[in-house]
Write a protein that binds this ligand. Sequence first.
Ligand code: AMP
Length: 308
Amino acid sequence: MGKLLAVGSMAFDAIETPFGKTDKILGGAAPYIGLAASQFDIDIAVVSVVGEDFPEKYLSMLRDRNIDLSAVEIVKGGKTFFWSGKYHNDLNSRDTIETQLNVLGDFTPVVPEHYKDADVVMLGNLHPNTQLSVIEQMEKKPKLIVLDTMNFWMNNTWDELMTVISRVDIITINDEEARQLTNEYSLVKAAQKIRQMGPEYIVIKKGEHGALLFHEDNVFFAPALPLEEVFDPTGAGDTFAGAFSGYIAATRDVSFHNMKNAVIYGSNLASFCVEKFGTERMQKLSKDEIQKRLLQFKELTQFEIELT
Ligand code: AMP
Protein backbone atom coordinates (compact mmCIF):
# COMPACT_ATOMS: atom_id res chain seq x y z
CA MET A 1 0.00 0.00 0.00
CA GLY A 2 1.23 3.53 -0.79
CA LYS A 3 2.41 5.67 2.10
CA LEU A 4 1.72 9.37 2.54
CA LEU A 5 3.38 11.59 5.10
CA ALA A 6 1.74 14.98 5.66
CA VAL A 7 2.89 17.87 7.80
CA GLY A 8 0.60 20.80 8.52
CA SER A 9 -1.10 22.94 11.10
CA MET A 10 -3.90 21.71 13.37
CA ALA A 11 -6.01 24.61 14.46
CA PHE A 12 -9.03 26.25 15.91
CA ASP A 13 -10.59 28.43 13.22
CA ALA A 14 -13.20 31.15 13.57
CA ILE A 15 -14.69 31.86 10.16
CA GLU A 16 -17.07 34.48 8.83
CA THR A 17 -18.59 34.21 5.36
CA PRO A 18 -21.59 36.07 3.87
CA PHE A 19 -23.67 33.06 4.99
CA GLY A 20 -22.78 32.90 8.62
CA LYS A 21 -20.19 32.79 11.34
CA THR A 22 -18.54 30.05 13.35
CA ASP A 23 -16.93 30.02 16.73
CA LYS A 24 -13.73 28.01 17.24
CA ILE A 25 -14.09 24.95 15.01
CA LEU A 26 -11.60 22.34 13.86
CA GLY A 27 -9.24 23.78 11.24
CA GLY A 28 -5.66 23.79 10.04
CA ALA A 29 -4.13 22.31 6.91
CA ALA A 30 -3.49 18.85 8.38
CA PRO A 31 -7.12 17.82 9.12
CA TYR A 32 -8.19 18.90 5.62
CA ILE A 33 -5.24 17.09 3.99
CA GLY A 34 -5.84 13.98 6.11
CA LEU A 35 -9.60 13.85 5.53
CA ALA A 36 -9.14 14.17 1.77
CA ALA A 37 -6.23 11.71 1.50
CA SER A 38 -8.00 9.13 3.66
CA GLN A 39 -10.49 8.60 0.82
CA PHE A 40 -7.75 6.57 -0.90
CA ASP A 41 -6.41 3.12 0.04
CA ILE A 42 -3.13 4.30 1.52
CA ASP A 43 -1.28 4.54 4.83
CA ILE A 44 -1.25 8.13 6.11
CA ALA A 45 0.58 9.78 8.96
CA VAL A 46 0.26 13.39 10.05
CA VAL A 47 3.05 15.36 11.72
CA SER A 48 1.70 18.31 13.68
CA VAL A 49 1.35 19.96 17.08
CA VAL A 50 -1.60 20.94 19.28
CA GLY A 51 -2.07 22.32 22.77
CA GLU A 52 -3.66 20.61 25.74
CA ASP A 53 -6.89 22.46 24.87
CA PHE A 54 -7.34 20.46 21.65
CA PRO A 55 -10.41 18.21 22.03
CA GLU A 56 -9.79 14.47 22.02
CA LYS A 57 -12.92 14.04 19.84
CA TYR A 58 -11.11 15.73 16.91
CA LEU A 59 -8.16 13.38 17.27
CA SER A 60 -10.36 10.31 17.49
CA MET A 61 -12.38 11.44 14.44
CA LEU A 62 -9.12 11.50 12.45
CA ARG A 63 -7.86 8.22 13.95
CA ASP A 64 -11.18 6.58 12.98
CA ARG A 65 -10.20 7.30 9.39
CA ASN A 66 -6.98 5.35 9.88
CA ILE A 67 -4.82 8.45 10.02
CA ASP A 68 -1.71 7.76 12.11
CA LEU A 69 -1.42 10.60 14.65
CA SER A 70 1.55 9.21 16.59
CA ALA A 71 3.61 12.21 15.41
CA VAL A 72 1.10 14.81 16.57
CA GLU A 73 2.71 16.39 19.59
CA ILE A 74 0.40 17.50 22.42
CA VAL A 75 2.12 20.29 24.33
CA LYS A 76 1.30 20.20 28.07
CA GLY A 77 -0.19 23.51 29.15
CA GLY A 78 0.11 24.80 25.56
CA LYS A 79 -2.55 26.50 23.45
CA THR A 80 -3.48 25.30 19.95
CA PHE A 81 -2.83 27.50 16.90
CA PHE A 82 -5.76 29.86 16.26
CA TRP A 83 -6.74 31.53 13.01
CA SER A 84 -9.72 33.72 12.17
CA GLY A 85 -10.72 35.02 8.78
CA LYS A 86 -13.50 36.87 7.05
CA TYR A 87 -14.49 36.30 3.42
CA HIS A 88 -15.57 39.02 1.03
CA ASN A 89 -18.90 38.77 -0.78
CA ASP A 90 -17.45 37.01 -3.85
CA LEU A 91 -15.83 34.35 -1.56
CA ASN A 92 -12.69 34.51 -3.71
CA SER A 93 -10.78 36.66 -1.29
CA ARG A 94 -10.55 36.85 2.48
CA ASP A 95 -8.91 38.88 5.21
CA THR A 96 -7.05 37.24 8.05
CA ILE A 97 -8.44 38.82 11.21
CA GLU A 98 -6.14 37.13 13.68
CA THR A 99 -3.35 34.55 13.79
CA GLN A 100 -2.19 33.22 17.15
CA LEU A 101 0.71 30.85 16.50
CA ASN A 102 0.74 29.52 20.08
CA VAL A 103 2.32 26.00 20.06
CA LEU A 104 2.99 26.26 16.32
CA GLY A 105 5.50 29.02 17.10
CA ASP A 106 8.23 26.63 18.18
CA PHE A 107 7.13 23.47 16.50
CA THR A 108 9.87 20.95 15.70
CA PRO A 109 8.45 18.21 13.48
CA VAL A 110 9.54 14.64 14.15
CA VAL A 111 8.93 12.17 11.32
CA PRO A 112 7.92 8.73 12.65
CA GLU A 113 10.49 5.99 11.91
CA HIS A 114 8.02 3.94 9.86
CA TYR A 115 7.26 6.92 7.59
CA LYS A 116 10.85 7.80 6.69
CA ASP A 117 10.35 5.81 3.49
CA ALA A 118 6.98 7.37 2.52
CA ASP A 119 6.17 7.43 -1.21
CA VAL A 120 4.71 10.91 -1.09
CA VAL A 121 5.47 13.78 1.29
CA MET A 122 2.90 16.57 1.50
CA LEU A 123 4.36 19.72 3.05
CA GLY A 124 1.36 21.79 4.19
CA ASN A 125 1.58 25.55 4.52
CA LEU A 126 4.02 26.18 7.41
CA HIS A 127 7.32 27.93 8.12
CA PRO A 128 9.69 26.86 5.27
CA ASN A 129 12.29 25.69 7.81
CA THR A 130 9.73 23.31 9.33
CA GLN A 131 8.99 21.97 5.86
CA LEU A 132 12.71 21.58 5.13
CA SER A 133 13.27 19.71 8.38
CA VAL A 134 10.71 17.09 7.28
CA ILE A 135 12.50 16.60 3.92
CA GLU A 136 15.82 16.21 5.72
CA GLN A 137 14.48 13.50 8.03
CA MET A 138 13.46 11.24 5.13
CA GLU A 139 15.73 8.21 4.77
CA LYS A 140 14.57 7.20 1.32
CA LYS A 141 14.02 9.70 -1.49
CA PRO A 142 10.22 10.03 -1.84
CA LYS A 143 8.67 9.54 -5.28
CA LEU A 144 7.09 12.96 -4.89
CA ILE A 145 7.43 15.92 -2.54
CA VAL A 146 4.53 18.35 -2.73
CA LEU A 147 4.75 21.84 -1.23
CA ASP A 148 2.02 24.31 -0.33
CA THR A 149 2.83 27.81 0.85
CA MET A 150 1.25 31.26 1.14
CA ASN A 151 2.00 34.99 0.83
CA PHE A 152 2.82 35.24 4.55
CA TRP A 153 6.02 33.18 4.04
CA MET A 154 6.91 35.09 0.84
CA ASN A 155 6.74 38.35 2.81
CA ASN A 156 8.60 37.16 5.90
CA THR A 157 10.93 34.25 5.07
CA TRP A 158 11.90 34.65 1.40
CA ASP A 159 15.37 33.02 1.56
CA GLU A 160 14.17 30.01 3.57
CA LEU A 161 11.24 29.63 1.17
CA MET A 162 13.59 29.61 -1.84
CA THR A 163 15.68 26.87 -0.18
CA VAL A 164 12.70 24.59 0.42
CA ILE A 165 11.20 25.31 -3.03
CA SER A 166 14.46 24.17 -4.62
CA ARG A 167 14.06 20.78 -2.90
CA VAL A 168 10.50 19.85 -3.95
CA ASP A 169 9.02 18.23 -7.06
CA ILE A 170 5.73 20.08 -7.17
CA ILE A 171 4.29 23.25 -5.70
CA THR A 172 0.59 24.03 -5.31
CA ILE A 173 -0.29 27.69 -4.90
CA ASN A 174 -3.09 30.01 -5.88
CA ASP A 175 -2.92 32.48 -8.77
CA GLU A 176 -2.37 35.54 -6.58
CA GLU A 177 0.50 33.81 -4.77
CA ALA A 178 2.07 32.65 -8.06
CA ARG A 179 2.05 36.26 -9.26
CA GLN A 180 3.58 37.50 -6.01
CA LEU A 181 6.25 34.79 -6.08
CA THR A 182 7.37 35.67 -9.62
CA ASN A 183 6.31 39.25 -10.31
CA GLU A 184 4.64 37.93 -13.47
CA TYR A 185 1.00 38.55 -14.33
CA SER A 186 0.84 35.80 -16.94
CA LEU A 187 0.42 32.47 -15.16
CA VAL A 188 2.29 30.72 -17.98
CA LYS A 189 5.31 32.96 -17.40
CA ALA A 190 4.89 32.60 -13.64
CA ALA A 191 4.98 28.80 -13.98
CA GLN A 192 8.15 29.05 -16.10
CA LYS A 193 9.83 31.18 -13.42
CA ILE A 194 8.75 28.83 -10.62
CA ARG A 195 10.22 25.91 -12.59
CA GLN A 196 13.56 27.72 -12.57
CA MET A 197 13.33 27.81 -8.75
CA GLY A 198 13.26 23.99 -8.62
CA PRO A 199 9.88 22.21 -8.93
CA GLU A 200 9.31 20.28 -12.14
CA TYR A 201 5.56 20.45 -11.75
CA ILE A 202 3.48 23.48 -10.80
CA VAL A 203 -0.19 23.56 -9.86
CA ILE A 204 -1.82 26.99 -9.87
CA LYS A 205 -5.25 27.03 -8.22
CA LYS A 206 -7.79 29.60 -9.36
CA GLY A 207 -10.57 29.02 -6.83
CA GLU A 208 -13.94 28.71 -8.53
CA HIS A 209 -12.15 28.96 -11.89
CA GLY A 210 -10.32 25.63 -11.56
CA ALA A 211 -6.65 24.70 -11.52
CA LEU A 212 -3.75 24.54 -13.99
CA LEU A 213 -1.02 21.90 -14.01
CA PHE A 214 2.27 22.79 -15.72
CA HIS A 215 5.12 20.47 -16.67
CA GLU A 216 7.77 21.33 -19.28
CA ASP A 217 5.77 22.50 -22.31
CA ASN A 218 2.60 20.75 -21.18
CA VAL A 219 -0.32 22.39 -19.50
CA PHE A 220 -3.54 20.79 -18.24
CA PHE A 221 -6.65 22.54 -16.97
CA ALA A 222 -9.13 21.09 -14.47
CA PRO A 223 -12.32 23.08 -13.99
CA ALA A 224 -13.97 23.62 -10.64
CA LEU A 225 -17.47 22.21 -10.60
CA PRO A 226 -20.08 25.00 -10.83
CA LEU A 227 -21.82 24.57 -7.47
CA GLU A 228 -25.20 25.76 -6.30
CA GLU A 229 -24.11 26.18 -2.70
CA VAL A 230 -20.75 27.51 -1.59
CA PHE A 231 -20.68 28.22 2.13
CA ASP A 232 -17.06 28.38 3.15
CA PRO A 233 -13.92 28.09 0.98
CA THR A 234 -11.65 27.52 4.01
CA GLY A 235 -9.48 24.47 3.52
CA ALA A 236 -10.31 24.05 -0.17
CA GLY A 237 -6.60 24.41 -1.05
CA ASP A 238 -5.53 21.88 1.58
CA THR A 239 -8.27 19.49 0.53
CA PHE A 240 -7.09 19.79 -3.07
CA ALA A 241 -3.50 19.08 -1.99
CA GLY A 242 -4.59 16.15 0.22
CA ALA A 243 -6.61 14.51 -2.55
CA PHE A 244 -3.82 15.15 -5.07
CA SER A 245 -1.15 13.57 -2.87
CA GLY A 246 -3.44 10.76 -1.71
CA TYR A 247 -4.18 9.79 -5.30
CA ILE A 248 -0.46 9.83 -6.25
CA ALA A 249 0.43 7.77 -3.14
CA ALA A 250 -2.29 5.24 -4.04
CA THR A 251 -1.21 4.91 -7.68
CA ARG A 252 2.55 5.48 -7.15
CA ASP A 253 2.74 6.91 -10.63
CA VAL A 254 4.29 10.35 -11.04
CA SER A 255 3.84 10.74 -14.80
CA PHE A 256 2.22 13.90 -16.17
CA HIS A 257 -0.64 11.75 -17.43
CA ASN A 258 -1.40 10.43 -13.94
CA MET A 259 -1.00 13.86 -12.38
CA LYS A 260 -3.87 15.07 -14.57
CA ASN A 261 -6.12 12.57 -12.77
CA ALA A 262 -4.71 13.71 -9.44
CA VAL A 263 -5.66 17.30 -10.28
CA ILE A 264 -9.19 16.15 -11.14
CA TYR A 265 -9.43 14.34 -7.78
CA GLY A 266 -8.12 17.48 -6.09
CA SER A 267 -10.82 19.63 -7.71
CA ASN A 268 -13.43 16.98 -7.02
CA LEU A 269 -12.81 16.75 -3.27
CA ALA A 270 -12.32 20.52 -2.91
CA SER A 271 -15.78 21.00 -4.44
CA PHE A 272 -17.27 19.09 -1.49
CA CYS A 273 -15.18 20.91 1.11
CA VAL A 274 -16.71 24.31 0.32
CA GLU A 275 -20.31 23.13 0.69
CA LYS A 276 -20.33 23.36 4.51
CA PHE A 277 -18.40 25.22 7.19
CA GLY A 278 -14.95 23.93 8.12
CA THR A 279 -14.35 20.18 7.83
CA GLU A 280 -18.04 19.27 8.30
CA ARG A 281 -18.67 18.13 4.72
CA MET A 282 -15.36 16.24 4.49
CA GLN A 283 -16.19 14.28 7.63
CA LYS A 284 -19.36 12.92 6.03
CA LEU A 285 -18.12 12.36 2.50
CA SER A 286 -18.60 8.91 0.96
CA LYS A 287 -16.68 7.19 -1.84
CA ASP A 288 -19.94 6.88 -3.73
CA GLU A 289 -20.48 10.64 -3.74
CA ILE A 290 -16.93 11.14 -5.02
CA GLN A 291 -17.50 8.68 -7.88
CA LYS A 292 -20.76 10.40 -8.87
CA ARG A 293 -19.05 13.75 -8.97
CA LEU A 294 -16.20 12.36 -11.08
CA LEU A 295 -18.81 11.60 -13.71
CA GLN A 296 -20.06 15.20 -13.49
CA PHE A 297 -16.48 16.40 -14.01
CA LYS A 298 -16.22 14.22 -17.11
CA GLU A 299 -19.50 15.50 -18.50
CA LEU A 300 -18.52 19.09 -17.78
CA THR A 301 -15.36 18.90 -19.86
CA GLN A 302 -15.99 16.31 -22.57
CA PHE A 303 -16.83 17.41 -26.08
CA GLU A 304 -16.46 15.97 -29.50
CA ILE A 305 -15.39 18.15 -32.33
CA GLU A 306 -14.34 17.29 -35.85
CA LEU A 307 -10.81 18.41 -36.58
CA THR A 308 -10.46 19.47 -40.19
P1 AMP B 1 -6.75 27.26 2.99
O1 AMP B 1 -8.17 27.80 3.00
O2 AMP B 1 -6.61 26.02 2.17
O3 AMP B 1 -5.77 28.33 2.63
O4 AMP B 1 -6.38 26.82 4.47
C1 AMP B 1 -7.02 27.31 5.59
C2 AMP B 1 -6.41 26.74 6.84
O5 AMP B 1 -5.07 27.21 7.00
C3 AMP B 1 -7.16 27.20 8.08
O6 AMP B 1 -7.85 26.10 8.63
C4 AMP B 1 -6.10 27.79 9.02
O7 AMP B 1 -6.18 27.24 10.32
C5 AMP B 1 -4.78 27.44 8.36
N1 AMP B 1 -3.80 28.53 8.42
C6 AMP B 1 -4.04 29.87 8.24
N2 AMP B 1 -2.88 30.58 8.38
C7 AMP B 1 -1.89 29.69 8.65
C8 AMP B 1 -0.47 29.80 8.91
N3 AMP B 1 0.17 30.99 8.92
N4 AMP B 1 0.23 28.65 9.15
C9 AMP B 1 -0.41 27.45 9.15
N5 AMP B 1 -1.73 27.28 8.91
C10 AMP B 1 -2.48 28.38 8.68
